[in-house]
Design a protein around this ligand. Structure first.
Ligand code: IMP
Ligand code: MG
Length: 332
């Protein structure tokens, strides 16, 4: 740590939630700030229970961690309150005064707009909510009575914590290939998803960041439409154990093998200092539950080595199973 940005390297669903939950428990994280919006579901397995969080930061598993939703975020009030209840974090949860609000009408607009339907959006209404913010007619968190107990200045809290050398984590959503600027436009989400944008949405300047951790999955998946290099059939994906159903929307994910060129691009644009690779056990079943690098099978080690060679950054964390602690941690 102390201030780390977590960014997705592919099309989202790389397992950021799992990596965040591990760091939260292990380092431990003092402050975790969620960016983006309700369209992303971060899956966390903790104490045998599965959480799919759309609003509450993944750092919730660490009981001492302060949880914040940044000013660049779009808050879905109903979903937010539901998750606060489910995770029991009311007394350590804050929302920035200037976060904007995503409303039911935005979801209706999302689902009824032909061009958005063509992109295969999640239907939560994030695109229309961002449009409304840009128009400067959006409701802000400070205008919503139910959010009153949570209101705070997230940038102030974050910079204060960083000045005190606390462990701060900025939780990005989706992945670089879904970025409005760097992704497969127009098949992208409504905002930039790169590390720089994550900093901006949280109110932390680039000179305050110590680590940018880009998260890759050992194979690639994508939901919605748009290109996916190396895409395989559903049958092939099932055969390899790479077939997934989306945590947030229940949609079937498309799959493809790991792409080194895209990984290199993600490392570059994010200015990544290190990488995490999740679900290595889905590609090399003998990795399951392994927590020491030396115990990984040779092919798996070679794969990790190839990622390091092609991206130019070290792979410091390797996911070997669903639980938060199923990780090979190569940091000293
Ligand atoms: P939107 O973000 O709902 O507007 O959807 C735009 C595109 O981003 C669609 O292809 C969605 O499937 C994709 N997308 C949005 N959020 C996520 C996510 O959390 N994981 C994976 N794909 C996402
Ligand atoms: Mg997800």
């Amino acid at each position: 740590m102390p201030c780390t940005v977590i960014a997705g390297g592919f099309w989202g669903d790389e397992g950021k939630g799992k990596i965040i939950s591990y760091l939260a428990l292990k380092d431990p994280i003092d402050l975790c700030i969620r960016t983006g919006s309700v369209n992303a579901a971060h899956t966390i397995w903790y104490n045998g229970k599965r959480y799919a969080l759309h609003m509450v930061p993944g750092g919730f598993v660490q009981e001492k961690c302060r949880l914040l939703v940044g000013p660049g975020t779009n808050v879905h009030v109903v979903q937010f309150l539901k998750e606060v209840e489910e995770t029991g974090v009311k007394n350590r949860m804050g929302v920035d005064n200037q976060a904007s609000i995503i409303e039911e009408k935005h979801s209706t607009q999302d689902k009824s707009s032909a061009h958005l339907k063509g992109l295969g959006t999640t239907g939560w209404g994030v695109g229309p909510a961002i449009e409304e913010r840009v128009r400067r007619t959006a409701k802000l968190a400070k205008d919503v009575p139910e959010l009153k107990p949570y209101l705070t200045d997230v940038s102030d809290e974050a910079n204060d914590a960083i000045a005190k050398r606390k462990n701060v984590l900025l939780e990005g959503t989706q992945g670089l290939m879904l970025s409005l600027f760097y992704g497969t436009y127009p098949y992208v989400t409504g905002r930039d998803t790169s590390a720089s944008a994550i900093c901006s949405e949280a109110g932390v300047g680039p000179t305050r960041i110590d680590n940018v951790l880009v998260v890759f999955k050992a194979f690639m998946t994508r939901v919605g439409t748009g290109p996916l290099p190396g895409e395989m059939s559903k049958e092939e994906a099932q055969k390899r154990g790479w077939f997934e159903i989306a945590a947030g929307t229940g949609r079937e994910r498309r799959s493809a093998p790991f792409n080194f060129e895209l990984a290199r691009r993600a490392a570059t644009v994010n200015g990544a200092t290190q990488a995490a690779v999740t679900k290595l056990d889905c590609v090399y079943p003998k990795c399951e539950g392994v927590r020491e690098f030396d115990e990984l099978p040779r092919e798996a080690k070679q794969f990790i080595g190839e990622i390091e060679k092609q991206t130019g950054i070290p792979v410091m964390l390797v996911g070997t199973g669903p639980e938060a602690l199923d990780i090979v941690d190569r940091r000293k």
